[in-house]
Design a protein around this ligand. Structure first.
Ligand code: DC
Length: 222
């Protein structure tokens, strides 16, 4: 079974997908973590400099960017590894988030990511979340969900998440980042964020995680 969850930035796709994966005991893949790891590579190798991405150098460097997921003992969430190193703790900062959509626009990078993502669905069930999972990665997915929430609710959730980790950010900064990412994600030429015709829309602005699971259980019952 392939379950595709797409939607806007910070609308809770990861938590939702993870709970579904735990409940059904299937693999969970956070495809955004792959684009974030590629963005980290760009920061660490001066391919992003002064908030500018050097697209040509990124394309030339693609062979040097090895991204994979590995299970570790203390977490049930598969961790994203960049060139052999677990980078989960480094990829969610506001600085990195401010450039990830620019990196994700690069078609050559996307092609590689999509190949890896498809390989996860070959011999096993998977719930994968991102922006183009139902439209491009798994157009024949058994269940497609398009998740969204109001920008205000999304910004507040991300603010709480980052401040709980000790990051110093303002709500305005987060709102600016979300709006910026939504705009790029929806307007890029390759695999823009769109709701596929056969995807079911869920606005979770006023739903708790438990209520979302009730909604999901009803969905798979039908
Ligand atoms: O889900 P996220 O916010 O962690 O994703 C980070 C960025 O990665 C997002 O702004 C756009 C990009 N992305 C993408 O282009 N395609 C995907 N399938 C997943 C994420």
């Amino acid at each position: 079974m392939i379950i595709a969850i797409d939607g806007h930035s910070s609308c809770g796709k990861s938590s939702f997908a993870k709970r579904i994966a735990d409940e059904l005991d299937i693999l969970y893949i956070d495809s955004g973590a792959m684009y974030r790891a590629a963005t980290l590579y760009c920061f660490e190798n001066d391919i992003i400099h002064a908030a500018k991405l050097n697209v040509d150098v990124l394309i030339q460097s693609l062979d040097k960017i090895q991204i994979e997921f590995r299970k570790i003992e203390c977490s049930t969430k598969p961790q994203v590894f960049l060139n052999g190193k677990n980078v989960e703790d480094k990829i969610r900062s506001i600085q990195l988030s401010s450039m990830v959509s620019e990196v994700s626009v690069v078609a050559e990078l996307r092609k590689r990511m999509v190949d890896i993502q498809r390989s996860f669905g070959k011999n096993q069930s998977v719930v994968m979340e991102g922006r183009d999972i139902g439209s491009v990665v798994f157009p024949d997915a058994d269940i497609k969900i398009f998740l969204t929430a109001s920008p205000e609710v999304r910004a507040k959730r991300r603010f709480d998440e980052l401040t709980a980790k000790g990051e110093k950010v303002s709500l305005e900064e987060i709102m600016k980042n979300l709006t910026h990412r939504d705009k790029i994600d929806q307007s890029r030429e390759t695999s823009p964020l769109i709701q596929s015709e056969d995807a079911i829309l869920l606005d979770n602005s006023f739903m708790t995680p438990d209520e979302q699971m009730v909604w999901f259980r009803n969905l798979i019952k039908t």
